[in-house]
Design a protein around this ligand. Structure first.
Ligand code: ATP
Ligand code: MG
Length: 529
């Protein structure tokens, strides 16, 4: 793959990629938690999108404007994105887990003109209406709501003939907020050109999507990950997407993989972890699955082994950020190195640099960095130029993550820059210690952080959630410590272990180690005083 293959033409609207498949081909297979099913063709989806573009136009929402949408995994999610983008309107994705304050933060900072959300959610918005001066229109999906326009009604009054607005490749397509794992979320600006590059990277070189496949990417519409996979990688490749609108249950997920004969699965390490702990896992028939990808957090080694042993499926890690697309992954046709995230999508654009911005030699841990002219990299943090400056050094964007690479350019993840533990001069990544702990039969979940220590600077501390039936006795601490020492270099073992009933997580389910770190810092300073 060459750089030029990733550069969009000057005039480009990403919906043109989906229009190539305007036919009776099945675009989406949808199922709800209570078993209702729907099937939608590419033609139907495209026509509905055009209708929605007309709805926006009629309201005076036009090229250059932004709308926010918070919807669950429903077919209208696709319609809203396709309609807005076709009309040159940028979309701010919002997760269903957002609460009033999170919504007003995004609407105000992103200057959204309209919000489109579903019935159960309209109250959250009404409660903070006065705090959002830019918001002119409220549209409710599925059902009538007082004070809201109904999407169904607006759609029925609109035509399904629409000429795609002439967008420039550098026009904004998405304004997506980061997960907020380490501070307030940042508004990431992505253009149509970003989508062009993304479509030429992830579906083919990582997800391994082939003509005729059924693809299940489980991310919800509120995240960049939804834009990456269920939306662009599926519809931009003309294959069939499975959409399950229901809560996550590991047994249900396995059953759906079997029933729909899913060929490609893309989900989070947490989902794989929970599936791997299901009893009699081997009773599920996943013989149609040719590719299983994981992204968002580090993938635990033990989980990879279970999938390999049970289904002969090799889970493939992939690393990326809201700010980019897949940057590093187990690429199609390359060997897997267990424990490594894989290789960069374009060698010369993704590297590891030191604090001064110089590339580090093989084997040395440094910052994962992306050359700023990489076509699938974001433009800036919206309205936050200072935060953008913080993540730029020379020609590079700093991902905030640390890794080393080996002689074949496989990258080995160490952790977020802030999560790395420095104890007695040793640098320790939390993931490796967590991997070791998770292998113990009593451990359900865990997080490892630095805890201030007078002698060692920091010690490794583990917060552990035990499985049901395992009591947090004092004797468990040395047992777990001994267990970890057997698997990793002994200096990495957790000198302190605390049992907790749950871990702090972001709305997307990522462990917020920063919260635990801050807690340890606070406790240490209280002890001193
Ligand atoms: P914020 O930037 O607001 O703190 P965030 O970084 O969690 O939140 P995202 O953009 O959703 O927001 O997540 C990207 C981050 O997730 C990466 O920088 C990395 O830390 C982590 N990550 C993603 N994929 C992987 C992976 N395969 N292995 C390890 N970590 C990963
Ligand atoms: Mg981040």
């Amino acid at each position: 793959m060459e750089l030029m293959d990733l550069v969009a033409p000057q005039k480009y609207n990403l919906t043109s990629e989906i229009d190539r498949f305007d036919s009776d081909r099945i675009a989406l297979l949808w199922e709800s938690e209570d078993g209702e099913k729907k099937t939608v063709t590419y033609h139907e989806l495209i026509q509905k999108g055009k209708r929605f573009a007309n709805v926006l136009n009629k309201l005076g929402i036009k090229k250059g404007d932004k709308i926010m949408t918070i919807v669950p995994r429903i077919i209208d999610a696709y319609v809203i994105y396709m309609g807005a983008l076709r009309a040159g309107v940028a979309v701010i994705p919002g997760s269903e887990m957002l609460r009033s304050g999170d919504i007003s933060f995004r609407i105000n900072q992103g200057e959204a003109k309209a919000i489109i959300t579903f019935k159960d959610y309209t109250e959250q918005v009404d409660a903070i209406q006065e705090d959002m001066p830019s918001l002119q229109y409220k549209i409710s999906v599925a059902g009538e709501t007082n004070g809201w326009m109904s999407m169904d009604q607006l759609m029925s009054e609109s035509s399904d003939s629409f000429t795609t607005v002439d967008t420039n490749k550098d026009d904004m397509a998405f304004l997506t907020y980061t997960s907020g794992t380490s501070g307030t979320p940042k508004g990431v600006v992505h253009t149509h050109a970003w989508a062009y590059a993304h479509l030429r990277i992830a579906p083919k070189r990582w997800l391994n999507i082939k003509e005729g496949d059924t693809v299940w990417a489980t991310a919800g519409p509120g995240w960049q990950k939804w834009i990456w996979s269920p939306f662009l990688s599926v519809l931009g490749k003309g294959v069939t997407g499975l959409v399950y609108c229901g809560r996550f249950h590991p047994e249900k997920q396995l059953q759906l993989l079997q029933d729909y004969k899913v060929n490609v699965l893309c989900c989070t390490p947490t989902e794989y972890r929970l599936m791997s702990k299901v009893d009699h896992l081997g009773k599920y028939d996943l013989s149609h699955l040719h590719t299983a990808c994981s992204a968002g957090e580090a993938l635990n080694r033990g989980v990879i082994d279970i999938f390999k042993d049970t289904f002969d499926i090799q889970l493939k890690d992939g690393y990326g950020q809201t700010e980019s697309t897949l940057l590093i992954g187990t690429l199609v046709g390359r060997d897997i190195r267990i424990g490594s995230m894989g290789q960069p999508i374009l060698d010369e654009f993704i590297t590891i640099i030191d604090e001064d911005g110089h590339p580090v030699p093989e084997g040395v841990v440094g910052n994962i960095a992306v050359r700023r002219d990489f076509p699938a990299l974001f433009k800036t943090y919206y309205q936050q130029p200072d935060r953008y400056k913080e993540v730029v050094i020379g020609d590079y964007f700093l991902t905030g993550d640390r890794a080393s690479r080996d002689k074949d350019n496989y990258f080995w993840f160490q952790g977020r820059r802030d999560d790395v533990i420095i104890s007695s001069g040793y640098t320790i990544g939390p993931t490796e210690v967590e991997d070791a702990l998770l292998k113990h039969e009593s451990v359900k979940d865990c997080a490892v952080v630095a805890s201030p220590d007078a002698i060692r600077g920091n010690i490794v501390k583990a917060f552990v959630v035990l499985k049901e039936g395992y009591a947090p006795d004092a004797s468990r601490v040395p047992e777990l410590q001994k267990f970890v020492k057997k698997q990793t270099a002994p200096y990495k073992y957790p000198r302190a272990i605390e049992f907790v009933s749950e871990l702090p997580k972001t709305v997307s389910g990522k462990i917020m180690r920063s919260t635990l770190r801050d807690l340890e810092i606070r406790r240490a300073s209280e002890k001193k005083n």
